[in-house]
Write a protein that binds this ligand. Sequence first.
Ligand code: 3PG
Length: 207
Amino acid sequence: MTSELFAETAVVPILVIDDAEDAVKLAETLMYAGFKVIEITLRTPAALKAIEAVAKTIPDVSLGAGSIRSPRQLEQALEAGAKFCVSPGFSESIITEAKLLEASLIPGAATAAEIMQLYEQGYDFVKFFPAELSGGVAMLKAFSAPLPEVRFFPTGGINSDLVSHYLDLPSVVCVGGSWFVPPKKIKQRDFDWIHRESSEIMARLNG
Ligand code: 3PG
C-alpha cells in the first residue's frame, strides 16, 4: 500500500528544483534534518535529472515525483528512480498507466465525488489538494464520517501554524508543503536557511 511509504513521516517536503546540480545537496540537507520522504515536482525541465541524481546518490530516501499530469511523466518518473508518484488530480489514462506499471500513485482529489471515484478505482490514500483553498481541516473532518475508509495527504497552502491541526486528524497520514523549502531559497542555494527551518519543524514535530 502506498501509504506505508509514509508510515514514519509527518511532513513531506515538496521541491521545485531548477538546477539538477542542487538536488543531492538539498536532499542531504533534508535527510540530515530528519526527513525520510521527499517529493520532487515535475514542474521544471531539471526535475527528472534531479530525481535520477537523488535516487542514485541517496538510495535510502523515499523519493517521489510530484505534479504528474500525464502517463508519460509517470513512466519517466519511475524510470528516473521515483518510488512513488503524486498527481494534483487524476485522469483515466494516468490511472490505467499506474496500474499497468504497478506504480505507487497518490492521485489528487478535493471533493467527495472525486474521492469516491478514486476509491472505486482502488485508491484509499489520496492527496487532498489544494488543501487550504478546498476547505482545509474543516473539510477533511466533514469527509471522515461519510468516507471513513480514505486516508489523506493534504498539500497546498499549509504552513507551520497549520501543520499540527492537519496532523491531529486521524484521517491524515502526513502533510506536504514547500513553506520550509521555498523555490526561491532553493534557487539561492540557501541550504543553511533550509536546514534551520527544516530542523526546527522536525524538532517541533518530535517535541
Ligand atoms: C503541491 O504540489 O502540493 C503544492 O505545490 C504544495 O503546496 P505549497 O507550495 O502551497 O506548500
